[in-house]
Design a protein around this ligand. Structure first.
Ligand SMILES: [Cu+2]
Length: 188
C-alpha cells in the first residue's frame, strides 16, 4: 500500500506562512506605477510622476502609455553613462518597450532594496530631457546626490543639460512623495 505523505510544509506550515504574509514585513512592500508617455502631437515625452519617494523593498512598475521608451538606470554598465545610482545597487535597463504594437501597455518592474537616489533615463528621448528620479528611503550621500559631472576623470557619458534641468530636487520628492513633470502640474 502506498502511503501518501504531506510535503515538508504541510497544512500547519501553510497556516504559519499565511499568517506571516498577512502580518509580517513582506506585506508592507508596495508597487508604484510610473507612466512613460508621448503626448498625442509627439511634442512632449516624459515620465509621470517624474520624481517618486519609496521605501527599501518597494517596486516601481513603468507602464508604456504612448510612443517607444525605455527605463534605463544612469550607470556605467548602461552605455558608460554617469553613475547616478548607489554604488552597490542593482542596475536596470528595460530595453525599448513597445506599447502601441505589438504589446500595448507593456511594463517593466524593478525592486529597490538599497536606500539612495536613483536617476534614470529613456534611451530614445534622453536628449529631449526624458528622465526620472527615484528616492529610496533616506538617500544618504551616494552618486545620485552628487552634482552632475562629479567625476570627470572617469570619462563617463555626461547627462545632457536639458535632462539635468528636468530632475526634481531630492528634497521636493521627499516632501511631496510624488512629483509630476512640470508641464502636467495643472492637469489632473
Ligand atoms: Cu521616451
Amino acid at each position: 500500500m502506498i502511503e501518501r505523505r504531506r510535503g515538508p510544509i504541510g497544512r500547519y506550515g501553510l497556516l504559519v506562512l499565511l499568517a506571516a504574509l498577512l502580518t509580517g514585513s513582506a506585506a508592507a512592500a508596495r508597487t508604484f506605477d510610473v507612466r512613460a508617455v508621448m503626448s498625442k502631437d509627439g511634442s512632449r515625452v516624459y515620465f509621470d510622476p517624474i520624481g517618486l519617494h519609496i521605501q527599501p523593498g518597494d517596486t516601481v512598475r513603468w507602464v508604456q502609455v504612448d510612443g517607444y521608451h525605455s527605463t534605463t538606470a544612469y550607470d556605467p554598465r548602461n552605455g558608460n553613462h554617469e553613475r547616478r545610482i548607489p554604488d552597490r545597487a542593482q542596475s536596470w535597463d528595460s530595453g525599448i518597450l513597445l506599447a502601441q504594437y505589438p504589446a500595448k501597455g507593456s511594463t517593466f518592474e524593478h525592486t529597490f532594496s538599497l536606500p539612495g537616489v536613483y536617476d534614470y533615463f529613456c534611451q530614445p528621448h534622453e536628449a529631449a530631457g526624458m528622465v526620472g528620479r527615484i528616492v529610496v528611503g533616506t538617500p544618504g550621500d551616494g552618486p545620485g546626490t552628487q552634482p552632475f559631472g562629479y567625476a570627470p576623470d572617469r570619462r563617463w557619458k555626461p547627462v545632457p543639460e536639458v535632462a539635468q534641468k528636468a530632475f526634481p530636487a531630492i528634497r521636493l520628492i521627499m516632501e511631496k512623495g510624488a512629483v509630476r513633470t512640470p508641464q502636467l502640474q495643472h492637469e489632473r
